[in-house]
Design a protein around this ligand. Structure first.
Ligand code: TYD
Length: 139
């Protein structure tokens, strides 16, 4: 399976009315996991690259609730895909064991990240060569 099949853009329910927009994201309803953690990234300069890691156990959904950014996803087997996050009612689902870079942040970017796990530094793989090695060991 390549990365293009692995990462998936999601479109969320919108319940806006004349009072404004409302977007709903429920664990196990709108995304394929229960949400254990949220964090958000803002104030990153345009030339900053964040992420640069893979996770052994965590699944994520990333949503630019304001502004825009891009996510590059690699499967460690030579496949990569780039996704633009540019609408508050769309997100990207990232499964376990994919390499991700977040970059090209607009000045007003607020990137909301929903995670399936509590934070555990030991499940982060921050060395790309190690990631590739682990992927190839899975074969
Ligand atoms: P890091 O994973 O490098 O951020 P990003 O992937 O967005 O570039 O995290 C930066 C620091 O914050 C690092 O010291 C770990 C810490 N951190 C937590 O303590 N809990 C969390 O949930 C996250 C995402 C990071």
């Amino acid at each position: 399976m390549n990365v293009i099949q692995l990462a998936q853009m999601l479109e969320f329910s919108q319940r806006g009315d004349e009072r404004g927009h409302l977007v709903i994201v429920e664990g196990m309803e709108d995304i394929p996991f229960e949400i254990k953690r949220i964090f958000y990234i803002y104030g990153s300069d345009h030339d900053v690259v964040r992420g640069q890691h893979a996770n052994r156990n965590s699944e994520f959904v990333l949503i630019n609730v304001a502004g825009t950014s891009k996510v590059r996803v690699k499967d460690g087997k030579g496949n990569e895909a780039i996704y633009s996050l540019n609408r508050p009612h769309t997100g990207i689902y990232l499964p376990r064991m994919v390499w991700k870079d977040m970059y090209d942040f607009s000045e007003d970017s607020v990137l909301l990240c929903l995670a399936s796990t509590h934070y555990d530094n030991s499940e982060y793989i921050r060395d790309y060569d190690e990631f590739v090695k682990l992927i190839n060991m899975q074969e």
